[in-house]
Ligand binder design. Sequence first.
Ligand code: HDD
Length: 739
Amino acid sequence: MSDANRNDIPGAPAPQPPSVDEPTTPHEPLPPKPDQEAPEAVSPTGKPTGAPANARAQSGAYLTTAQGARLYETDHSLKAGARGPVLLQDHHLREKITHFDHERIPERVVHARGAAAHGVFKGYGTAANVTKAAFLAKDTETPVFVRFSTVLGSRGSSDTVRDTRGFATKFYTEEGTFDLVGNNIPVFFIQDAIKFPDIIHAGKPHPDREIPQAQSAHDTFWDFVTLHTEAVHHTLWNMSDRGIPRSYRMMEGFGVHTFRLVNSEGATTLVKFHWKPKLGVHSLTWEEAQITNGMDPDFHRRDLADAIEAGAFPQWELGIQAFPDTPEQTFQGIDLLDPTNIVPEELAPVQPVGLLTLNANPTNFFAETEQVAFHPGHLVPGIDITDDPLLAGRLFSYLDTQISRLGGPNFAQIPINRTHAPVNDMLRDGMHQTAVHAGTAPYRPNSLDGGCPFLAGAENGAYVEVPVDVPAAKKVREAPASFSDHFSQPRLFWRSMTPVEQEHIIAAYTFELSKCYEQAIKERALQVLANIDPELCRQVATGLGLPAPQPTENLADPEPSPALSQIGKRWPVEGRIVGIITDGETDLDGLASVRRSVLAAGMVPLIIAPTGGHLGAGQDALAVQRTFANARSVEFDALLLAGAPVPGADAYGARDAKAGEPSGPGAAIDPRVLLMVSEAFRHGKAIGGWGGAETALQAAGITDAAAGVVLAGDGVSVLEQVTQLLGEHRVWDRFPAAV
Ligand code: HDD
C-alpha cells in the first residue's frame, strides 16, 4: 500500500520516517508486548500474583467463542427449519464439539491416578553445613506443589488399592525448580532402570483382557517379583500396611535414591530424603480398603481436599539421613547406590531440615494436577545426583514421557510447570509455544542480543558436576556384587514389625497369592518367603494349602529397626472423622455439646440419622450429614452412638419395626446401624456411646467390656476417652482379628 493510499483512510497513522539505525546494530532484547506474554499461574488462594489480568483463562461475564465473539444461544444447532438438517456453517457447533473431542490427553504411563495440593515449604536453615541450596540452607519460604498417586491403576481407578503411593514435590525455589519425585516406600522393585518397563508390564493389567485393574494380586506381577528377587524387599513393604494408607496425609515420603549435596565450600555429603507426616503413619485394614473401593473410590482424593478446605492443613517435616561421601559409597556395609536398601534410622538418624504445609487445593484438576510434570533431574545448585543406575534411567524417562503426554517440548510453559525463577533459555519454537521470544540470537556467545544470556559461573550455577572419580573400568552389562543380597533387608523389615503388623503381612500374601492361577508361581513365592522368614512362609503356605519349603539362603540375623513399625505411638487427631449415630429420640442438647467438643479437638463430626434433613428445629437445629442409607463404617475413624433419652429403650430405628419381626431388646435395630457398628469394631475403631447405646452394641454382639468400647453417662466424657484412643489410630488390643 502506498503512503498516498494510506492517507486516504480516515484515522490511519501518518507515515513514520525510516529508522536511522542499521537493523544489525546489537541491542537489548525487547520485552514482549503485554498481550503476547505467556499465561502466568494464578494464585490458588485468589491473591494477586502480579500476573497480567489478560493471563486468566476466563474474563468477561458473557459466553463467547474462543475468539471472543459473544454468543446469544448455545443449546441449539443451526438448522434449516426447526425439524430440518443441521447446517455445516454453524461455527459455534463445530468449535464446541471439536474442542470437546480433544479434551483428553494420554494418562501417565504409571502414577496415572493422583491428587495434588499447593503449599509452602519452610526451610529451617539447618542444612547449611551440607548444602548451598538456598531453600534448605536458609530460613526461607518456598512455594510448592505436591502430587500423590497410586502407581498401577489408570486415571479412573480406586484410591484405596494395595499399591505403592507416589509423593512428588515441586519446589519453586528462587534458584530454579527442584523436584523431589519420591514414593511412600523407601525402596524400589528393581536396581536398574532397564527393567522398569518389565516390572510395569508385569504389574499392569494382563494385556489380553485388561484385568485386573490397579491390583498386584495376579499372576504376571508375582511371576516377575519372584523371578527377580531384588524385588522382594519392595514387595514386602507393599504387602505390609504401607500398601494401604489411611490417607495421603498420613504417609511417609522417601526420595529413595541416595543424593549428593554440595555446600558453599564445595564439600559433599551423601543423603537420603525423608518426609515425616505430623499426623503419623497410619493405614487402613484390608477389609476397610476393599469396602472403601466400592463405597468411595475417591476416598484419598476427597480426604486431602476436604482437610485442606476445612483448614486442617497437612504437614510433613523434611529430614535427611547424612552419610560421608566416601569412594565406596557405602554406610556401615550398606550399599548406598542400591535402591533396594534402606539405612535404618537407628544407624543414621533423620535430621529435620524444613516443614511442608499443604494449604490450598488446586483450582482446576486438569490444568494443575493432570498437567504437572515432575522430573528427578530438576536440580538446583547444592543438590546433585549419584550413580544409582535406577536414577540414571529416570533422568531420561521423565522428560521423554512428558513430551508425548503433554504434546511437545514446551510443557515447561504450562502455568503449573513454570519456574518462579527468571527464565532465559535458548530453547525455541516447537508445538504449543506460547512465549513470544524477543531478540535475534538464541545462541551463545553472540554479539547481537547484547551478549545475553550470560553464564552464571560455577559458583552460582546449577548442574555443576562434582568431580567424583569414576574408576577405570571396562564397559559391561552387569551389577556390582554388593547388589546381590536380596534377603537380609526384607528380613530386617519383617523382624521390625509388631505381631499385629506381621499378621497383616501374612494375610496380604495369602490373599494376593491365592488370586494367582499358576501353581508354579505360588510355589516360587513360598520359596522367597522361606528365605525371608520360615514362620511367615509356613503361615502363608497353610493359607494356600501348600507345603512350606525350607530356606535356600543363609538367614541373616539383623537388628530390628523399631522406626519401621507404625504401631505403639500416640499422634495428633486433627482432621479425624467422628461419625455420630443418632435417631429421632436422641437428646439434642447433649448431641450439640459433643459436636462442639469434636470440633474443638480439630476433628470433623458427621451426624448420621435415619433420614436426611435436620434434627430439632429453629436456631438450634443440627444438620444431618449422613443417613443410614449412604453411610458406611469405613468413612469414620471413630463411631459414637448418641444415646436414646430413656436408658434401656429400644433405639436406632427400633420404632420402625414391622409387625411380625422378632422382638426383644435390639431386635429391630436398623441392620445398617448394626453393620456400621460391627464393622467399626472389627476394624479396631474406637466406639463410644451413652444413654441407651448399649442396646445397639449388644445387638451387634459387642459387650461394654470389650477393648476400646467406651460407655458413660454423658457424651462429652465419652468423647474424651475416644479421643485418647484415636491418638493411637486403632484399638490394637482387638487384633489379631478377622481382618
Ligand atoms: Fe517414576 C512417574 C516415582 C522409578 C519412569 N514416578 C512417577 C511419579 C512418581 C514416581 C511419584 C508420578 C509423578 C507425578 O505425580 O506426576 N519412579 C518414582 C520413584 C522411583 C521411580 C520413587 C524409584 C525410586 N520411574 C522410575 C523408573 C522409571 C520411571 C526407574 C523409568 C525408567 N515415572 C516414570 C515415568 C513417569 C513416572 C514414566 C510417568 C509419568 C511421568 O513420569 O511424568 O517417566
